[in-house]
Design a protein around this ligand. Sequence first.
Ligand code: ATP
Ligand code: MG
Length: 329
Amino acid sequence: MDRLLTGLQPSGSLTIGNYCGGISQVANYQKKYETFLFVPDMHAITVPQDPDALHKNIINAVAMYIACGVDPNLPDMHIYIQSENLYHANLSWILECHTPHGDLTRMHQFKMKSAKNEAFTEGLVTYPDLMAADILLYDAKYVPTGIDQKQHVELARNLAERFNNRYGEMFVIPEPLIPTIGAKIRDLQNPEAKMSKSTDNPKSAIFLADDEKVIRKKIMSAVTDSDGKVAYDEENKPGVSNLLTLYSVFGEVTIDEAVDKFKDGGYGDLKKGVAEVVIPKIVAFQDKYNEVIKSGIVDDVLDAGRDYSNKIAAEKYEMVRKAVGFGRI
Ligand code: ATP
Ligand code: MG
């Protein structure tokens, strides 16, 4: 069975963007592939985090994965916390020593996040190497992701190829799995940018933990344009196209069907339509989330995931260690 792997940083509450690019894909593919779904807490501290909030976000994230349809009882589903597996950092170091610095500083995500904070840390630079380690340790063939992480998966591919050429076959070459619709859910207030959970402006993002009224308000105040015509055009009408995308994903129709439904009305009708399909799904996730938290299963799921992920990662790390000449033969 091929392996699929992905992670969503516990840098805040998950957004509908994280649902579209990450979790919904895991739920769709979970019966087809052996799945490694991890909480990248080590990635989260590439920008400042409050320790108490980080602990809470980790548990809440796992409960939300399950609430969104990930089935922790599937025999080939492994959910774990990155920092509970020390091999990630070890392999990351080795990969860092094989990555030209310029390959890291040209990454879009690095440029965007470092622009927000002049005192950015080295962790923000080397983050893609840690992500490559996350993937390569498990021989993951598929990495479900939004468009924003495509460049990082490409770096992991390049590293894997370079490694295999230099040291012999060692890593599976990973491929990003990018959804055809919803690969870049846009910021509601600045539709040029992608929606992000670590936004400074809460009106920009719909969080899976938002209550119904808040979601409706955020959708109704989403930035559109002055043209007044409902049409799908990512480049010239990013705000309206984003609303159509949300309608399509949450209403389970094609983009053409969404355009057809709203083309004779105004943006107000489109926004109301989006709220009507988005809200019931999020409310259902929240009901399930509360059940998961009450059931207390999260710790057991994470214990099992920690043990299994350590076993798999240890085997791969042993191969790499020997190949690069570390320690004793
Ligand atoms: P942060 O702002 O802390 O970076 P984020 O919202 O970008 O948070 P990540 O944890 O970086 O979320 O990414 C988790 C997953 O969600 C990745 O697969 C990423 O590609 C996907 N993703 C993130 N934002 C979006 C988006 N706006 N649209 C679609 N997919 C997204
Ligand atoms: Mg991100």
